[in-house]
Design a protein around this ligand. Structure first.
Ligand SMILES: [Zn+2]
Length: 305
């Protein structure tokens, strides 16, 4: 009996520590403008190769269908043919704060009509800027539309400003500055890991557990270049990469804020807000001047020496 209890205790201890933290990888704004370090086709091929190299079977690309010109279409077909999900991020990326419900709804539908033609189209909708409507009329209007067309709200839990690091990178290249890619990768991974662990800890604080997370990234050159480095670091810190569809099985998918918000921090920030937390809903790495300073000091200055 003593032995049995001992075994049971060991089993309980092990099962609680061996439970990996989980996240799904998603890329917004696809096909995002590509005319800097790589052209669009090179970006897509690099990204697909790196995902494959790190054994990631499927990620999701949230597309703005307005960007589906000849090149953009070819790029999306590469992702589609590689088995990745293609989902809706509106036609023209409108800001819901500056758009009425009728126009926003039409923009969503226009994207739906174009994107549903992809083999791996999946009815998930990601609100641009994460803004879900600041009035009841707008918020509930879009909720109704999503359910009418069989869509799920593709919320995110892990927020960051990866797009601003890309901006800094491309700007430096345009200015003829030499960019050390290894240092850039280091900064990219470090900034992302900081925000990921911040939001995971915030979730644990308010939920008492680490939920299945959804990581927001963008379809950009730095994503194509460094996704493997990020995945390696994540796995090294005990994370498991899961599919987006699995991530949305988490019970937090059902959590909704009581009142409509003007600015949405992402699901974990919203849960924290609902529990009365007012500060720290956006992590400090979501700040342009913070990222500028690090880019200047860690990527540019050091590479000039
Ligand atoms: Zn977007």
């Amino acid at each position: 009996m003593k032995n049995l209890i001992f075994t049971l205790l060991i089993w309980i201890a092990l099962s609680s520590i061996s439970h990996a933290k989980q996240l799904a990888i998603t890329f917004d704004d696809a096909p995002r403008s590509a005319n800097g370090y790589m052209d669009g086709q090179t970006r897509a091929k690099t990204l697909i190769e790196n995902l494959k190299k790190y054994h990631i079977g499927q990620v999701a690309f949230f597309s703005n269908s307005r960007a589906l010109n000849d090149e953009g279409m070819k790029r999306m077909q590469l992702y589609d043919n590689a088995g990745h999900l293609i989902a809706n991020h509106t036609h023209s990326h409108p800001n819901f704060l500056e758009t009425n419900l009728a126009n926003y709804h039409e923009d969503f539908l226009q994207a739906h009509r174009l994107l549903k033609e992809f083999h791996n189209f999946a009815p998930y909708f990601r609100f641009p800027y994460l803004r879900e409507g600041e009035t009841l009329e707008k918020r509930d209007g879009m909720r109704e539309a999503l359910s009418k067309y069989g869509y799920k709200n593709a919320y995110i839990t892990l927020n960051n400003y990866d797009w601003y690091i890309e901006d800094l990178f491309q700007k430096a290249l345009r200015e003829g500055k030499e960019v050390d890619l290894q240092r850039l990768s280091h900064m990219y991974v470090d900034v992302l890991m900081q925000s990921i662990s911040y939001y995971d800890n915030l979730a644990i604080k308010h939920l008492g557990r680490s939920p299945k997370h959804v990581l927001l990234l963008h379809e950009m050159d730095i994503s194509a270049l460094f996704i493997g480095d990020l995945i390696e670091q994540l796995r090294g810190e005990g994370w498991e990469i899961i599919s987006m569809e699995e991530a949305y099985q988490d019970p937090i998918a059902k959590y909704e804020t009581e009142k409509p918000l003007k600015y949405n921090p992402g699901k974990i920030g919203e849960i924290a807000l609902g529990k009365g937390q007012r500060k720290g809903l956006w992590h400090y790495t979501l700040d342009e001047s913070y990222l500028e300073q690090r880019f200047e000091q860690e990527v540019l200055l050091l590479s000039e020496n």
